[in-house]
Design a protein around this ligand. Structure first.
Ligand SMILES: [Zn+2]
Length: 613
């Protein structure tokens, strides 16, 4: 009956942990000869253990080992992504398991990584000081003190802290976009790009934008073309002589511009506007005239093909934020500052001539590099203060999957996923509104079609603090059932990849292609926070629903590359509330009372997360 299903949630037991640990020890005996996939497998094993068994006494050790393995992998791979994952894991451990003996060790590792790998000695010093204060009797505190002494006095001067600029290493900017190398990036490069047949004209027909003060997402849409698209992106710095602002431009090959498509005047925080022109017979150039952008990402989604451009700028330094930060700084010694986004300076690039789209428009002055918004780190003692000051979780976006012409999975007795999940989403939102102070938005409240990239954009433009996408699962074998919750990451689990393929409405091969570029897209995203949100909500949902569904199977917390989660700026998860193709679960999902129970337990998990973060 259980077929070749992956591990059940309740099989992440001690034996599982020690199995992963012995794999890890074997790997460490021969560190440099191991493939990346071997490292990722061990890391995934530790992650799945601590996510699915958060209360196990072994969970902190699993988390520590995951951070350690990511660091060792980083030394071999030099991928920023691996370093960021290691850092994020080491910084999360003392927050989750403050009383664990691994907590001071993890805090020390975080400081060391900032000091040695990111050259951010000021932040490193704050972390060391905090560690010494919190765990004065640990060996890690002794080590931290030695490090501090070696750094000298400069790092302890308060003046340095209050005026520090974001990390000089700029390591939060994806290397792919590193403007120092105006390197053409072939998206889907692993996949030789078939030129569309001459008869198959690919036409750029529409550009949609979503924006708020900190964020713009532009989506380039084509005439229903559904294959690979080849593009190059370039960054040009401001040219004062020509009166040109900084520009990002994207060349689309084997594409024609629709004659009806007109340039867009936007004049929002990030962009003056977007211009499109036929650069040569086969190339359309799309130019983004920049007002102020600190980070950007360009990626391709498929079926139908669309190119998504995310542009992020530093938040406005609003007076309230300054007051809040002063308050936090005054009350939270020492003020560990965490810049929440990439440095303000827009990437500068070697200039390239030959840009065809010159426009006589007055450029706006270059941004004055606003001070980055400093958030008090969410260390335990800061939580209640952060909460009081409105820095915690205030706004939640609930996303009902599919809708309109996209029915989602078709289940037992013709039940449609889009109807089931809309009702669960509405009930979840209603419960949250009645039982918490959270502001709740829904991506859709009716049976309408909404593209996946629009859903993330809604969450970002609403400045959501959490994003929860609700789905039902499906499988060709009707015996398969269970509840599982996902967060965005690459995966080696074929079943998880299959779920991602179905939810993204793309082939499994396209999922593999997506995994190849996901590392770069995921820098600056809240992966660890998402994993923890998944854990809290999933556990509450699963344990709450057993009263209504005694045979419920806990399929656990998993990770996979979902379109709907890519580019979300807040912790975000995708819940598979059950298999609509299983007769028992499908029958339950068709019952309003069961959907109400699911919604309430999902909402309780969201509230519990919000209260603690
Ligand atoms: Zn779905």
């Amino acid at each position: 009956m259980l077929l070749s299903a992956p591990l059940l949630g309740n099989e992440y037991n001690e034996d599982y942990f020690f199995g992963v640990k012995s794999d890890y020890e074997r790997l460490l005996r021969n560190e440099s000869t191991q493939f990346r996939s071997a490292w990722l497998k061990v890391i995934e094993g530790f992650e799945l253990f601590y996510l699915n068994r958060p209360d196990s006494p072994l969970a902190p050790e699993a988390m520590y080992n995951a951070g350690d393995a990511y660091f060792r992998l980083y030394r071999l791979s030099s991928k920023d992504y691996d370093l960021e994952q290691s850092l994020s894991t080491f910084r999360t451990l003392p927050r989750r398991y403050a009383d664990s003996e691994k907590a001071p060790d993890a805090a020390f590792q975080a400081g060391r990584l900032y000091e040695e790998e990111k050259n951010d000695i000021l932040l490193a010093a704050r972390l060391y000081e905090q560690l010494i204060e919190r765990y004065p009797r640990s060996q890690a505190a002794v080590d931290a003190l030695q490090r501090l002494d070696a750094m000298g006095d400069i790092v302890r001067s308060p003046a340095n802290v209050s005026t520090r600029r974001p990390s000089a290493t700029r390591s939060t900017v994806p290397t792919l976009e590193d403007p120092a190398v105006v390197k053409p990036t072939q998206v889907a490069a692993t996949n030789p790009v078939p030129s569309p047949a001459a008869s198959e004209e690919v036409e750029l027909i529409k550009v949609d934008t979503f924006s708020n003060a900190e964020y713009t997402r532009a989506v380039l849409r084509f005439n229903g073309f559904d294959g690979d698209i080849s593009l190059k992106k370039h960054w040009l710095r401001e040219d004062r002589n020509l009166g040109m602002p900084p520009r990002l431009f994207v060349d689309l090959f084997n594409v024609r511009k629709s004659e009806k498509l007109e340039n867009l005047e936007l004049d929002n925080t990030q962009l003056q506007g977007i211009r499109m022109a036929q650069y040569d017979r086969e190339t359309v150039r799309v130019v983004f005239d920049i007002n102020s952008v600190s980070d950007f990402k360009v990626f391709v989604l498929q079926n139908p093909v669309r190119v998504v451009v995310d542009l992020i700028s530093e938040p406005e330094p609003d007076p309230m934020a300054v007051t809040r930060n002063l308050l936090v700084a005054a009350k939270t010694p020492p003020p560990v500052a965490q810049s929440i986004q990439a440095p303000a300076a827009p990437p500068a690039a070697g200039s390239r001539g030959g840009e065809v789209l010159l426009a006589e428009r007055s450029k706006l002055p270059a941004s004055d590099e606003p001070e980055p918004l400093q958030l008090a780190s969410l260390e335990p003692r800061a939580i209640s203060l952060a909460k009081q000051l409105g820095l915690g979780v205030n706004t939640v976006v609930i996303d009902a999957g599919h809708g309109g012409r996209d029915p989602g999975a078709v289940g037992f007795n013709g039940l449609l996923e889009k109807d089931v999940v809309l009702d669960i989403a509405l009930k979840t939102a209603a419960y949250l509104r009645r039982n918490s102070d959270l502001t709740v938005h829904l991506t859709r409240e009716t049976d309408k079609f909404l593209p996946l990239e629009a859903r993330t954009a809604i969450a970002n433009t609403k400045r959501a603090d959490l994003f929860v996408s609700i789905h039902t699962n499906a499988f060709r074998d009707p015996n398969v059932h269970g509840l599982e919750t996902y967060y965005l990451n690459i995966t080696s689990d074929p079943r998880a990849m299959e779920v991602a393929a179905r939810e993204n409405a793309i082939s499994q091969k396209s999922v593999s292609d997506l995994q190849n570029i996901l590392n770069d897209l995921m820098l600056n995203t809240k992966i660890n926070e998402s994993a923890i949100l998944a854990q809290v909500v999933h556990n509450d949902m699963f344990h709450g629903i057993r009263r209504h569904h005694p045979q419920a199977r806990n399929a656990g917390i998993k990770k996979a590359p979902f379109y709907v989660l890519i580019g979300a700026q807040m912790p975000s998860i995708l819940i598979e509330t059950g298999f609509i193709t299983n007769p028992r679960e499908g029958t339950l999902l068709a019952q309003e009372s069961y959907r109400q129970a699911l919604a309430e337990n999902i909402a309780k998990g969201i509230i519990r997360y919000a209260e603690n973060h």
